[in-house]
Design a binder for this molecule. Structure first.
Ligand code: HEM
Length: 161
């Protein structure tokens, strides 16, 4: 396999990871959380953990795959200097989203987020789920913006400059 084919393979794996990962976030945000909001507060937390818990492992694996393939492409394209150019805002946004999700999944969640979320939900279930929905909506919107910018930008649409 030559270098060009390795780049094409990395791109395919990158998009494969993004589809599973951001698709899952879209499902949680637009289907699961709104349905749980209508569920009575007592069983809500257990249901959320059972359902999103299954997605957490998938999210970890797809975050790793997306990050590895993304950094490999930057290496193969020798594209590190793109970080210095505002025209590649979508690369900055992709990297930021990846960093945020990686921190949440691999650091914050096991360290304190899980326990904190439990305590908050016991105190004020409706408010906690509302905030959870807001955070998910924000992350999903940024991710979709990154997808639009990345496909347009890497296929030749120039954003200024
Ligand atoms: C560490 C994080 C990431 C890095 C280093 C990275 C890097 C890259 C690179 C170098 C490209 C190819 C650009 C080109 O061909 O000119 C690319 C494409 C792309 N990335 Fe990322 N990426 C990362 C995370 C993400 C995330 C989180 C998303 C989704 C929210 C994403 C979605 C895409 C999409 C949709 C493409 C376009 C594929 C195509 O149409 O060819 N990336 N990325």
């Amino acid at each position: 396999m030559n270098e060009y084919h390795a780049l094409v393979l990395a791109r395919a794996l990158h998009v494969f990871g993004v589809v599973l990962w951001i698709g899952g976030v879209a499902f949680v945000t637009t289907v699961l959380l709104p349905a749980l909001k209508r569920h009575e507060p007592s069983g809500r937390m257990a249901l959320f953990e059972a359902l999103e818990g299954r997605f957490a492992l998938q999210a970890k694996l797809t975050t790793l795959l997306t990050g590895l393939s993304g950094f490999y492409m930057l290496y193969a394209l020798d594209g590190w200097s793109r970080y210095l150019s505002p025209q590649f805002w979508w690369l900055h946004l992709m990297t930021l989203i990846w960093l945020l999700f990686s921190l949440i999944l691999f650091v914050f969640e096991p360290l304190f987020l899980h326990r904190w979320f439990h305590q908050q939900a016991q105190r004020d279930s409706d408010g906690t789920f509302r905030n959870l929905q807001r955070m998910h909506s924000l992350l999903l919107s940024l991710s979709l913006l990154a997808v639009l910018g990345a496909v347009a930008g890497s296929h030749g649409l120039m954003f200024g400059g």
